[in-house]
Write a protein that binds this ligand. Structure first.
Ligand code: HBI
Ligand code: FE
Length: 291
């Protein structure tokens, strides 16, 4: 079990802690700086402009670990969201409830220098550098809020597995198509040194036009770069889609259908980029469990 998980808290108020910004050490701030400056090099030409606008609007910069109180004073004014400090991964119920309340739970710890390239659970760099800037975009902020509401409903219907796939292929690893080309917006790519370069420069992965049912039926592996990314055209599409479909009915329909691996391309897929597969073709058959 990851070191920072709050095991049994079922209420939002039991998950919230103080950020205690004044307790970050010089080394913590220096690790933030190293992560920020390294990532910015890769991202500047490949990340969605809305993300860069968010960084700027919230004044999230290389100086050091952001202070949630200062960041929230800006964020609340822009979309009514606020970042709330939690020890790390929290149970799904309070997690979804917080998103439904326009509260984003962010871990307060920062990874060690040895973990610069990858760590198992979300630290403050993944949560704040990865997720928070796009919460300044009204359409994306509405989507995250609706995602939280649906999550609470999905828990009642034992359908969190499908919602986790939607989370994975949009909030964590989503791409968006712009006039100048496909751009990154998923926090898992934005905050990952390796995966941002892989998406920007490696032709291994498939890029498919986002389709809700296809995403709900597509499993994923948590411990490697993606072999398929789904591409939206507008952030508004995500929110509009959730409002337009009866997603619980869709969960029930998808439940009866076979799960696709992320390696395949289906006849009905709208292919934006057919991946070469060179990165993932030799994945061992005994990879970790398909989610
Ligand atoms: N807790 N802090 C935190 N951050 C997450 O992204 C998160 C979580 N708990 C549950 C969870 N994500 C997933 O179970 C849902 O996205 C499905
Ligand atoms: Fe995340």
């Amino acid at each position: 079990m990851p070191a920072h998980t709050v095991l049994n808290a079922q209420r939002v108020e039991d998950c919230i802690i103080d950020q205690r910004w004044e307790h970050y050490s010089a080394e913590d701030h220096s690790i933030w700086r190293a992560l920020f400056e390294r990532q910015q090099q890769t991202l500047k030409a490949y990340v969605a402009q809305e993300y860069l606008d968010g960084l700027e609007a919230l004044e999230i910069g290389p100086e050091g670990v952001p202070n949630f109180d200062q960041m929230n004073a800006r964020l609340r004014r822009i979309t009514g969201w606020e970042v709330v400090a939690v020890p790390g991964l929290i149970p799904s119920r309070p997690f979804f409830q917080m998103l439904a309340n326009r509260q984003f739970p962010a871990g307060t710890f920062i990874r060690s220098r040895e973990q610069l390239d990858y760590l198992e659970e979300p630290d403050i760099f993944h949560d704040v550098f990865g997720h928070v800037p796009l919460l300044t975009n009204p359409a994306y902020a509405d989507y995250m809020n609706e995602y939280g509401r649906i999550g609470l409903d999905a828990m009642e219907k034992k359908a969190v597995k499908f919602l986790a796939r939607l989370n994975w292929y949009t909030i964590e690893f989503g791409l968006i198509r712009k006039r100048e080309g496909v751009r990154i917006y998923g926090a898992g790519i934005v905050s990952s040194f390796g995966e941002a370069k892989y998406v920007a420069h490696d032709a291994s992965a498939h890029q498919l036009a986002f389709d809700l049912e296809r995403v709900l039926r597509t499993g994923y592996y948590i411990d490697d770069f993606q072999s398929t990314y789904f591409v939206i055209d507008r952030f508004e599409d995500l929110f509009d889609l959730l409002k337009r479909v009866d997603i619980i009915a869709l969960f029930n329909e998808v439940r009866t259908l076979p799960t696709h691996t992320p390696f395949e391309i289906l006849p009905e897929d709208k292919v934006i980029q057919k991946g070469t597969g060179s990165f993932w073709r030799n994945f061992p058959a005994t990879k970790t469990k398909l989610k």
